[in-house]
Design a protein around this ligand. Structure first.
Ligand code: CP
Length: 314
C-alpha cells in the first residue's frame, strides 16, 4: 500500500483504508490547534527546517490551495508557488518530470490537484523516500482533506458519536471526489444512515454498500441531520445533456428553505464550495442559520495543519 506502509501515514492519497483511530487522530490534532493555538509550538519544533511545500494545482481552486498555503505558513513550513499557466508543462513537460525536477530542487511536501484520477498515487510510486504527497483532489477519485474537514465540522456541531448521524449527500455524486472521500470517512466513523440523492444520470449506476439512493429530494431529506449539497461539475460531464438545464435541476434538486423543513430542525447545511447559488442551493439557505459552509472553510485550515504535522512530524 503506497499510502502508509503501516502507521504512521507517509502520504495522504485517500481516506479509503484509514482506520477510525487514524481519522480521529487527525481530527483531534486539528481541534487541539483550533482551540489552543499555543499547542502548535510543540509540533513546529519537530518539523525539519529543510521542508519546502509546493502546491501543484492543475485545476482551479480557491479554498484548498490557499488554505494549504496558509496552514503551511502557520506551521512554519516554507512554500513555493507553482503556476501551471506559466510552467514548463505548457511546453510539453510531463507531470512526472515536473515533479522530479521540483524534488531535485529540494521540495519535500507536494500538495497536488489534477483532473486525472489516480495521478497522485502514481507520483507517490515514483517519489523519493523523504517526499510527502497530499492529494488535493484527483479527478473524481478523492479529496481527502475535504472529507476530513467535513467530518470535523459534523463533529464540532453534533458530537463525536457518528453512529447517531444521518447524512444526505445531494447532487452530482458520480463526478464528485468530495462525495467519495466523505463516503469513506463517514463509513469508517460508523454513520449508519448515508443517503445519496440526485438525478439518475448523476447517481451511481449500481448500489453502493451502506448507501441508500433517492431520486426525490423531499423523500431523501426526511429526518436527516446533515445535508451536504454538491456543485454540478459540468467540466467533468462526458454527456453534456446529463441534466436538461440548471433551472430544471434546481427545481428538482436545489435545496430551498421550503425543502429544508423535511430535515431535522437543526440539520446542518454543508457545501464544499464553490457554490452555484440558485442551482444546487438557494442563497437563503446557503447564508441561513443552519448553514456551516464558511465554518467548513475555517475548519479546513486547522485540518490541513493537522495533516501536514502528522505527515511531517511522525
Ligand atoms: N472545496 C474545494 O475543493 O474548493 P476549491 O475548488 O475552491 O479548492
Amino acid at each position: 500500500m503506497i499510502q502508509s506502509s503501516s502507521n504512521p501515514l507517509h502520504h495522504l492519497i485517500t481516506l479509503e483504508g484509514l482506520s477510525k483511530i487514524q481519522l480521529f487522530d487527525i481530527l483531534d490534532l486539528a481541534e487541539s490547534l483550533h482551540k489552543n493555538p499555543e499547542n502548535l509550538s510543540k509540533y513546529q519544533s519537530k518539523i525539519a527546517a529543510h521542508h519546502v511545500m509546493v502546491s501543484l494545482f492543475f485545476e482551479p481552486s480557491t479554498r484548498t490551495r490557499l488554505s494549504f498555503e496558509l496552514a503551511a505558513k502557520r506551521c512554519g513550513i516554507n512554500t513555493l508557488i507553482f503556476d501551471s499557466d506559466t510552467a514548463s508543462t505548457q511546453k510539453g513537460e510531463c507531470l512526472l518530470d515536473t515533479f522530479q525536477t521540483l524534488e531535485a530542487m529540494g521540495c519535500t511536501l507536494f500538495v497536488v490537484r489534477h483532473a486525472e484520477a489516480g495521478i497522485v498515487a502514481t507520483l507517490a510510486n515514483h517519489a523519493q523516500s523523504q517526499t510527502v504527497l497530499i492529494n488535493a483532489g484527483d479527478g473524481d477519485r478523492a479529496h481527502p482533506t475535504q472529507g476530513l474537514l467535513d467530518a470535523y465540522t459534523i463533529r464540532q456541531h453534533k458530537g463525536s458519536d457518528f453512529t447517531q448521524r444521518s447524512v444526505l449527500i445531494v447532487g452530482d455524486i458520480i463526478h464528485s471526489r468530495v462525495a467519495q472521500s466523505n463516503l469513506h470517512a463517514l463509513r469508517t466513523l460508523g454513520v449508519p444512515d448515508i443517503r445519496f440523492c440526485g438525478p439518475s444520470s448523476l447517481l451511481p449506476k449500481s448500489n453502493i454498500e451502506g448507501v441508500r439512493l433517492f431520486d426525490s429530494l423531499d423523500e431523501a431529506l426526511k429526518d436527516v441531520d446533515v445535508i451536504m449539497t454538491l456543485r454540478v461539475q459540468k467540466e467533468r460531464f462526458v454527456d453534456q445533456t446529463a441534466i436538461p438545464n440548471e433551472q430544471t435541476y434546481a427545481k428538482h434538486f436545489g435545496l430551498t428553505a421550503q425543502r429544508l423543513k423535511h430535515a431535522e430542525p437543526n440539520a446542518l447545511v454543508m457545501h464544499p464550495g464553490p457554490i452555484n447559488r440558485g442551482v444546487e442551493i438557494e442563497s437563503e439557505v446557503a447564508d441561513g442559520a443552519q448553514s456551516v459552509i464558511l465554518q467548513q472553510v475555517n475548519n479546513g485550515v486547522y485540518v490541513r495543519m493537522a495533516v501536514m504535522l502528522k505527515l511531517l512530524c511522525s
